[in-house]
Design a binder for this molecule. Structure first.
Ligand SMILES: Cc1cc2nc3c(=O)[nH]c(=O)nc-3n(C[C@H](O)[C@H](O)[C@H](O)COP(=O)(O)OP(=O)(O)OC[C@H]3O[C@@H](n4cnc5c(N)ncnc54)[C@H](O)[C@@H]3O)c2cc1C
Ligand code: FES
Length: 293
């Protein structure tokens, strides 16, 4: 393993270390969407579902800043020891356009784990609502909730498990659906919607969530990630049913570990006022009712 661990970054995230990681493989998942596997055992040992890491090209200055990506899953060796991380990305701009050309053996800078992550899975019926590339944090959530994998160092103890687990996943069209095979596992029900009706329900992913509330058992908790208008709609449905909801924001970030304040979001306070919170440190996962959409 030649991922060179360096001292933790200065600042507010004592567990976050910067490392050089090697690209292990790159796989196309869907249109403009890829999965990258990086060799980085330190990070893989520590990270939990819903946390993220920052990635930057080595020696490059354009883009100068790293970019945040959520954990898709950790990768373990034959002995079960974590040795790397997978993340999924969609090509949107400067860095993601260049990532497509990364080859096995290339070195990249990576720092993490960053952010808070999703809470440990609750009992009852946990529903995950994903839009577009917002499905990526939910593979690790699923595997943890089903007891298929442990995360964190020491592994975080899971005292409850959901009796039912559902993923509602919406995409523009069938060709953008990414990772469906990964999510095909006993214990997880996957419901899909596409904007153009080319796969699954023809319409919005929030229609699927409304259907779930008509079915039984009702959701007892909702985790959501995707475009903000979608998450706001999900939060609204959750609020109508008094169902706890956590949203993972994809706010653009510069440092990722709390010092630049480029990632702030508005949070409602108990006294009815609002204040800013840094998505990279106090998030990216927030109680949806706290968010000032
Ligand atoms: C905590 C977190 C986790 C994330 N996880 C993933 C993931 O798992 N997979 C994934 O594909 N993406 C993820 N993202 C979004 C990802 O960071 C951006 O897509 C990436 O920074 C784009 O970099 P770029 O250099 O290719 O684009 P840029 O050249 O920086 O930007 C291209 C265009 O995209 C816009 N843009 C850039 N970032 C964002 C953003 N976060 N929200 C809205 N518009 C944006 C810019 O304004 C610009 O118009 C995550 C973001 C956060 C904050
Ligand atoms: S990205 Fe710098 S403070 Fe959050």
């Amino acid at each position: 393993m030649d991922a060179a661990a360096q001292p933790p970054l200065p600042g507010l995230v004592p567990t976050a270390g910067q490392q050089t990681a090697k690209v292990v493989e790159q796989v196309r998942m869907a249109r403009d969407t890829y999965r990258l596997r990086l060799e980085c055992p330190e990070l893989a040992r520590q990270i939990v579902p819903g946390q993220f890491f920052m990635i930057r090209e080595q020696g490059g200055s354009d883009p100068l800043l790293g970019r945040p990506f959520a954990l898709y899953d950790i990768v373990s060796n034959d002995d079960g020891d974590p040795i790397g991380v997978d993340f999924g990305y969609v090509v949107v701009g400067k860095l993601t356009s260049r990532m497509v050309d990364w080859q096995p053996g290339d070195s990249v800078d990576i720092w993490g784990p960053l952010g808070n992550g999703f809470p440990a899975p609750p009992a009852g019926h946990l529903v995950m609502v994903a839009g577009g590339i917002g499905q990526t944090p939910f593979l690790a959530v699923t595997r943890e909730a089903l007891g298929q994998r442990q995360y964190g160092s020491p592994p975080r103890g899971i005292s409850t498990r959901p009796e039912k687990l559902t993923l509602c996943y919406g995409a523009r069209s069938e060709e953008y659906l990414a990772g469906i095979d990964d999510f095909t596992t006993d214990g997880l029900q996957v419901r899909v919607s596409t904007d153009d009706g080319s796969h699954g329900h023809h319409g919005l992913v929030t229609d699927l969530l409304k259907d779930l509330f008509r079915d039984s058992p009702e959701p007892t908790a909702i985790y959501t990630c995707g475009p903000e208008p979608m998450m706001e709609a999900v939060a609204g449905i959750a609020a109508e049913h008094n169902t706890p909801c956590w949203a993972s924001l994809e706010t653009p970030m510069a440092c990722g570990f709390g010092i630049c304040f480029s990632c702030v979001t508005r949070i409602r306070l108990d006294d009815g006022q609002w204040d800013y919170r840094r998505t990279c440190v106090e998030g990216p996962v927030f109680r949806a009712e706290q968010l000032q959409w």
